[in-house]
Design a protein around this ligand. Structure first.
Ligand code: 5GP
Length: 144
C-alpha cells in the first residue's frame, strides 16, 4: 500500500478515538490520545496517537506530530516512575513494508526490563489479562 494512500476511517485507532471501541486510556488532551497496547511487547507497552486522521508520520502536520512527541516524552517519564523499567524503546512504523499494521499514525513506547523478555515488533505477541491492563493503566496515569 502506498505511504500516502487515503486514510481509512474504519481503522481500529479511529474507532477508539470515536469511542466505538474501548481502550485502557493513559492520557488524553485535545490533540492526543494514549492507551495501552492490547498485544504488548512488554509490560506497560503504550501507544500515543494524534486525534486528527493521518495514515502515518509523512501525512501528519508538524504541529500535531510535535504534540504527539511531547506526550511521548511525558508518558515515558510516567512509565519510568510507575514501572521502573531498565530501558524504554520508542518506535514508529510507516507503511506495511516497515511493519505498520494499523494505518493511523502512532508511536510505541516500550518499557524494557533486564529480567523479562521484550517481544520484538514482528514476533507473535502474547495476550494479557484485561484486569492486568486496568491496573497498569492506573499505575502509569497516576504518575502523569
Ligand atoms: P503497528 O504494527 O501498526 O506499528 O502497531 C499497531 C499496534 O496496535 C500493535 O502493537 C498492536 O498490538 C496494537 N493493536 C492492534 N489492535 C489493537 C486494539 O484493538 N487495541 C489496542 N489498544 N491496540 C491494538
Amino acid at each position: 500500500m502506498p505511504l500516502l494512500d487515503n486514510y481509512n476511517n474504519d481503522n481500529i485507532f479511529a474507532k477508539i478515538i470515536r469511542g466505538e471501541m474501548p481502550c485502557h486510556k493513559i492520557y488524553e488532551d485535545e490533540g492526543v490520545l494514549s492507551f495501552l497496547d492490547i498485544f504488548p511487547q512488554s509490560e506497560g507497552h503504550t501507544i500515543v496517537i494524534p486525534k486528527k486522521p493521518s495514515r502515518n508520520l509523512l501525512g501528519t502536520n508538524a504541529k500535531d506530530i510535535g504534540r504527539v512527541f511531547g506526550a511521548v516524552q511525558r508518558i515515558s517519564k510516567a512509565i519510568n516512575a510507575a514501572l521502573n523499567p531498565d530501558g524504554i524503546t520508542i518506535t514508529q512504523f510507516n507503511g506495511s513494508a516497515a511493519g505498520q499494521t494499523v494505518f493511523h499514525t502512532h508511536v510505541h513506547i516500550i518499557p524494557c526490563y533486564n529480567k523479562k523478555t521484550t517481544i520484538s515488533h514482528n514476533e507473535e505477541k502474547s495476550t494479557i489479562a484485561d484486569e492486568k491492563l486496568v491496573v497498569l493503566a492506573k499505575q502509569i496515569a497516576s504518575k502523569l
